[in-house]
Design a protein around this ligand. Structure first.
Ligand code: BMA
Length: 380
């Protein structure tokens, strides 16, 4: 009897200990099988891999535009990036091209191509200002106006409708399969909110308004539009502490990945500790909540330091067991018609050799090293 009671006690204790662990699952209880697989596989991979991503990789590069199969990253390293970043700015107007001139029909094709090779797709949205009609950098106050009850709410819904229509067309065949599925998307709206350069930025709405905006967006896309292939990335710019970062956190039911953008702290010895501290904070906050963590945007414009990839970026990412848990790092676009505005090397660039060393590091994964991320193990 005593032994039974003791056993029972131990079992209960065990349950309590298990309860204190965060639940590890996509925030959408109805997430599709491939979306769940992507989330769990990335979570498991996080301690040993950092996936490299590049914005607009397949669309254009330094001195070329829309050439089938071409990629600056592949030209330098032999592999496509593991993560493909795209931006749907101007989709809200039903435009043919996004704010950087990429045709949405082409973007869809490239998204499908990347997914079918086993890559990961992330989408951001430099959405125009819904009140003034200016661009994303027009900081006319707008968030309160698009919330339910606000004068621009109907317009805002119509923008989300257009987004949902586009996402619904993103379907492809996962590697090693023959059936077509909805492509899982890491959706990263309202990014860099710790800055005040976008209309959704910190200086232009209250924390409560931002949280309402986020929750409305996610609820609308899931419940009204029936999208269940989205993993949500909450992504700040530089931040100073966990409290600072969590000021506008919309809650665990609305977020799958905790990320931040930082284009500055990686440049010098003096500022590298700031980046390492951000990586520590974001990984700890993510793991405590059963979420993923990522450096969602970074890069050194024109890469003037020829050993930046291993000498600075990798040094921060590979600093310790905590920094290594970042799941991906994405560098921004290699603009076609804006000289010097590029963030990955092209053949012959002074940092090309170091970029290949970066890729060769066991922690860093490009597309050619990816395991199958879209298949569930143990049916989870
Ligand atoms: C910015 C710059 C802009 C671009 C925008 C959206 O950082 O690259 O030229 O329009 O991102 O891609």
């Amino acid at each position: 009897m005593l032994r039974t009671l003791l056993l029972l006690g131990l079992l209960l204790l065990g349950c309590n200990a298990a309860d204190s662990q965060p639940s590890v699952a996509p925030s959408d209880p109805e997430a599709t099988a491939e979306t769940r697989a992507l989330f769990h596989n990335l979570y498991r991979l996080a301690p040993r891999a950092i996936l490299y991503g590049h914005q607009d990789d397949l669309a254009y590069g330094v001195s070329w535009w829309a050439e089938p199969g071409r990629s600056d990253v592949k030209a330098v390293t032999g592999s496509y990036p593991a993560v493909y970043g795209w931006d749907v700015g101007d989709l809200e107007h039903g435009a043919e091209r996004n704010l950087d001139g990429v045709r949405f029909d082409d973007m869809r094709r490239w998204i499908i191509e990347g997914f079918q090779r086993g890559g990961i797709i992330t989408i951001s949205w430099h959405m125009d200002n819904p009140v003034s009609g200016g661009n994303a950098w027009d900081t006319t106050r707008a968030v309160d106006a698009i919330l339910p009850g606000g004068p621009q709410h109907a317009l805002f819904r119509s923008w989300l409708d257009r987004f949902a229509d586009f996402v619904r067309t993103l379907r492809g065949v996962p590697p090693g399969r023959t059936d077509t599925v909805a492509i899982p998307i890491i959706f990263r709206p309202y990014h860099e909110w710790t800055g005040s350069w976008f209309w959704w930025g910190r200086g232009h709405c209250t924390p409560d308004e931002f949280i309402q905006l986020w929750r409305f967006t996610v609820d609308y896309l899931r419940r009204e539009k029936g999208l269940h292939n989205l993993l949500l990335a909450y992504s700040s710019d530089r931040f100073h502490s966990p409290e600072d970062y969590l000021e506008r956190y919309p809650g665990d039911d609305y977020v799958d990945l905790l990320g931040f953008d930082d284009y500055h702290s990686h440049k010098s010895e003096e500022t590298l500790p700031f980046l390492i501290r951000e990586l520590h904070d974001v990984v700890r906050m993510a793991r405590a909540r059963g979420k993923l963590a990522a450096l969602t945007e970074t890069g050194y414009e024109a890469i003037p330091d020829s050993t930046w990839w291993t000498g600075k970026l990798l040094r921060a990412l590979d600093h310790d067991d905590t920094t290594r848990q970042i799941i991906y790092v994405l560098t921004w676009r290699n603009a076609y018609n804006r000289p010097g505005h590029y963030f990955a090397p092209y053949p012959g660039h002074p940092s090309a050799e170091d970029f290949r060393r970066f890729k060769a590091h066991p922690l860093i994964y490009f597309e050619d090293e990816l395991p199958d991320l879209y298949r569930l193990e143990n049916g989870r």
